[in-house]
Design a protein around this ligand. Sequence first.
Ligand SMILES: [Zn+2]
Length: 406
Amino acid sequence: MMNYMICSKKIVTVTALGTVLDGAMVVSDGKITAVGKWADLRKQYSDTKMIDCTDKVITPALVDCHTHLLEFAPSSIYPVTPETHLLAGRNILFHALSCGITALGEQVCGHPLCDFSIEDYRQALAELPIDVSFAATSISIGFEKLAHFTSVTGSRNVDQRELSLPCIVKEIARSSEYPGENIFINATPANFKATEVPRAGEIVYTLEELKQIVETYHQLDKRIGCHVAGKAGIQMALDAGFNVLHHAHGITEDQLNFAAKQGVKLVATPIGGTHLKPNSPEDILIAVKKGIDVSISTDAYLPPHPEASWLPFCSQSLKGPDVLMLIAQPGMKLLQKQGYGENEILALLTENPAKILKKEDHFGRLEPGLDANFIVADGVPGLEITDVEQIRKVFYRGKKVIDRDR
Ligand SMILES: [Zn+2]
């Protein structure tokens, strides 16, 4: 495979090296082999092919660790049938890639309209230049009569009791690759109108059930995450020992302190996703200040929450991976105002979500030994740019897979 050195006016490494001005990065066989000042590396690599991006910024590619792009999105945005569902899914993943996202955490919850298994999705994606980790989950939707599904029972509606059945929980835990929203502690509004989901927010489990479920995952040496919002549900999640809280809308100061002490990670979805007002820029700042590992994620496709005043959207239409930088920007800007550096801040879209996926030894930073997954852009994603058109090139394992400068 090709070896090259790429140089730019600024490389934001998201490592202890920080930002390198007039930087260069050497890539061989899909891996990063050196990062430093161009002036220092040019002699050592004088024979290496050079890619000149001196008017651009290089950063790690983005990681969106909480999405529903393969199971839910195809039928919500395209008129698909089971025959074309996966074709639409591949198209959506290409779109994500064009937005600078080279790694995704995808939830497989069970869906009334499709019977695909994680293995089916994995096969449909084989060879695509994007890294997808799957969380196997169950889901509870807040209709008048709660509707429950699981990733291991396909399109069949299950009853509430089955959600905690050890044989089902074990099967879900076994097939789950990372702590996504493995269970929904609160019934979700999903993408339905408030009037259609009057029971959204209702707590579905007892603390005893949650403890059992967490125990099952931990016995299999897996971390577990949950969909949760509101003080009562979050308290149950913390008491039961969940490793990752997704959304955590309405988390209190005390609960953040406890989460920080226990090393519980937070996946913020500032666009919405639960029955409560989503994570505001201030919420994100407080969590980061407490020392919690915060990731920002789209939960795409999702309609913007009407109370999310920090979002620029004027319609309730579903938003996809193209809004990741836009929904992250208010929180990222606030962190910058509070004195955080661009490397620490960009970690919320790169290194931290890579840690959720347990892929931090593969990507999320620009460091020798890691996959060469990076972006060439007009500015720092989320901080300086929010328009995907400003992401000029995307590289996946050293190969250029998106180019807006042809
Ligand atoms: Zn979700």
